[in-house]
Design a protein around this ligand. Sequence first.
Ligand code: ADP
Length: 255
Amino acid sequence: DIHSGDEIEELADVFNKMMYKTHDYIEGQERFVSDVSHELRTPLAVLDGHVNLLLRWGKDDPEQLKESLEASRQEIQKMSSMIQDMLDITRLKQSDEFKTEETVVVDSVTDLIHNMEMIHQSCHFDFEVKLDDPQAKAQIYQNHYIQALTILIDNAIKYSGEGESFVKVILSEDDKHIITSVADRGMGICEEDQAHVFERFFRADKARNREIGGTGLGLSIIANIAHMYHGSVSVKSELGKGSVFTLVIPKAELK
Ligand code: ADP
């Protein structure tokens, strides 16, 4: 009868949705593994080249020995931070239990900036709070909020070039969200690249970035965090002038 027909349709619908989800998940995993293998291949090839060179004759030339060892160490460090970033991403995907956690944002940002000032002595920090309630809470596990902000502030400094840098953090809100902006006066990102910076392993202006260490994973970690908490992250930037990254996270449920 009509009733059971409805039920079958409903079941089929649920089943289809599940299959789509599973399919997306497997496809995501496959892409992840293939991206990662591809990215690890380059530093491995460089490392392999230097080791072969050393084995053949390089070890007898003190100059070459030093250069190859230094280059090898750099490649090892690159792979090591890549693996760390990938572990972070994997852990995020498994950390469902954090979704109910809350964070007092003003306190977290204050502490973080305090720590950052210690580490980055040539950076000037500015912090502006535009919140009605200084105790306002975002629906996010504090470690994840700090991790996202740390990446944004590190980038702001890293892509400001040598010498002094200026970073401004602004906390604001709308009805339902806490909005955290991190602004810098660094090199900026051209419009074409802005669309890609949140993708895994994407690095803008490769030639210039070669000098600046990084894995191209930081912003994709933030995108994962934002997604996990039903928030969002975006960028506004002008080449040569600076960038503003904005993280939007739902306010904690008012109880
Ligand atoms: P990484 O910094 O390790 O390269 P990210 O995912 O954090 O990786 O950033 C991706 C790319 O976006 C960077 O390589 C850089 O080109 C660009 N980018 C990120 N933050 C900034 C910033 N504050 N100013 C200019 N460019 C940035």
